[in-house]
Design a protein around this ligand. Structure first.
Ligand SMILES: Nc1nc2c(ncn2[C@@H]2O[C@H](COP(=O)(O)OP(=O)(O)OP(=O)(O)O)[C@@H](O)[C@H]2O)c(=O)[nH]1
Ligand SMILES: [Mg+2]
Length: 315
C-alpha cells in the first residue's frame, strides 16, 4: 500500500500509535456506515441494498494519540460475475496488508439465523487469516440486550476472536470502544498520511459514488446491480473564477436498452430525480456549487467483461 509519510510529527510521539485496519464482512452488515460514523463524514456510500460498496475505500482517522487508516471493503459474496471477482480480490488485498481486521456482522441477522454459525460464509473465509480479528457485532439497536449477550457467548465458542465489540454503527453507540480496542494492534508511531486528510481518493471518485448511491436508492431489482457511473468531464470552473460553478458530466452505464429506458423514465423524470438528489449531496461533499449533467449509455454485459471492468477502474 502506498504510504505518504508527512513531515508532520505527532504532538506526543511517545504516546502515539498508528496502523492499518480493514473492515470486512457480509454485504449490508454496516461496514460503510461504521467508517462514516468514525470519520464523521459521508465518505463511503450507504444504501439499504446489499453489495453497495464495490471498490475498497480508504478512510483516515487521526486524533492526538492515534492514526488509523481504515479500508472499507465490498461485502463477502460468492462470485457470479467478473465484477464480483474484482470485489473479492479487493477484500483479499485489504486483509493481507493490514495490522488488524474488523469483521463486521449484523447481530440481528445472526441471532435469527437457523443454520449453524460455522456454516456462515464470513466465518469460513476468515478462518485461516493470520491477522488479529476483531468482531464488531453491529445493529445491536435491533435486538434485546440479553440476546446480544447470548449471541456473544455462542460466537466465542466458534472462533477465537481477539476482541468482540457490540455496537451500533448508525448511532455511533460503542464505536469508541472499538477504536480503543484497535489501538492495541497498531504497530506504528508516526503518521502514514497528513493528519488533515480523510481519504486519498480523488473528488471524481466520490462524485461517481454519490450518483451510484442514488441509483441504488431510487431503483429496485437489477438496475442498481447493472449500473456503473463514470465521470466523463469535470471542469473546475471555480478555480478560474470562484463565482462560477464546476461542470460535471457523468455517464451511467447499464447493460440493456430496456434498463436505459427505465433509468431515464417518462419524459426524463427518473433520471432528473437522480440528478437533483446527487447534485445536492455532491455540493455538500465538495463544499461548492456545481452543474451536474447525467446521461445513460448501454454496454452489454459489462459486469463480465475484463476490458470494461478495467476501464471502469476495477482491478
Ligand atoms: N438498525 C441499524 N441499521 C444499520 C446500522 N448500521 C448500518 N445500518 C443500515 O444497514 C444498511 C447497510 O449499511 P451499509 O453501511 O451500506 O452496509 P455495508 O456493510 O457497507 O454493505 P455493502 O457495501 O453492501 O457490503 C443501511 O441501510 C444502513 O443504514 C445499525 O447500527 N443499526
Ligand atoms: Mg459498503
Amino acid at each position: 500500500m502506498e504510504e505518504e509519510i508527512t513531515d508532520q510529527l505527532p504532538v506526543n510521539p511517545q504516546n502515539f500509535k498508528s496502523g492499518f485496519v480493514s473492515i470486512i464482512g457480509e454485504p449490508n452488515a454496516g461496514k460503510s456506515t461504521l467508517l462514516n460514523s468514525i470519520l464523521g463524514e459521508r465518505l463511503s456510500i450507504v444504501t439499504p441494498k446489499p453489495q453497495t460498496t464495490r471498490k475498497r475505500i480508504l478512510g483516515i482517522h487521526t486524533t492526538e494519540e492515534t492514526q488509523i487508516v481504515f479500508l472499507d471493503t465490498p461485502g463477502m459474496i460468492k462470485p457470479r460475475y467478473k465484477l464480483h471477482e474484482s470485489m473479492i480480490e479487493s477484500i483479499r488485498l485489504s486483509t493481507s496488508e493490514t495490522d488488524a481486521i474488523v469483521l463486521m456482522m449484523d447481530s440481528e441477522k445472526l441471532y435469527h439465523k437457523t443454520e449453524s454459525l460455522e456454516q456462515n460464509l464470513a466465518f469460513k473465509l476468515v478462518k485461516d487469516l493470520q491477522t488479529p480479528l476483531i468482531l464488531a457485532l453491529n445493529k445491536i439497536d435491533l435486538i434485546k440486550k440479553e440476546d446480544v449477550l447470548a449471541l456473544i457467548d455462542r460466537l466465542k465458542t466458534i472462533y477465537n476472536f481477539a476482541e468482540i465489540v457490540p455496537l451500533s454503527a448508525i448511532s455511533g453507540f460503542n464505536t469508541s470502544e472499538l477504536l480503543k480496542a484497535l489501538r492495541a494492534y497498531l504497530p506504528g508511531n508516526t503518521y502514514f498520511y497528513s493528519p488533515d486528510i480523510l481519504s486519498t481518493a480523488p473528488e471524481r471518485f466520490f462524485v461517481s459514488e454519490l450518483v451510484r448511491e442514488k441509483v441504488f436508492n431510487f431503483f429496485s431489482q437489477e438496475i442498481p446491480y447493472s449500473s456503473e457511473v463514470i465521470v466523463e468531464e469535470f471542469k473546475e470552473n471555480h478555480l478560474e473564477d470562484p463565482s462560477r460553478k464546476d461542470l460535471i458530466r457523468c455517464a451511467i452505464i447499464v447493460e440493456t436498452e430496456s434498463q436505459k429506458k427505465i433509468l431515464i423514465g417518462k419524459e426524463g423524470r427518473a433520471i432528473k430525480r437522480v440528478g437533483q438528489s446527487a447534485r445536492r449531496d455532491i455540493e455538500a461533499f465538495l463544499g461548492r456549487k456545481i452543474f451536474l449533467e447525467l446521461f445513460v449509455k448501454v454496454r452489454e454485459n459489462w459486469r463480465d467483461k475484463t476490458n470494461a471492468l478495467k476501464s471502469f477502474g476495477y482491478k
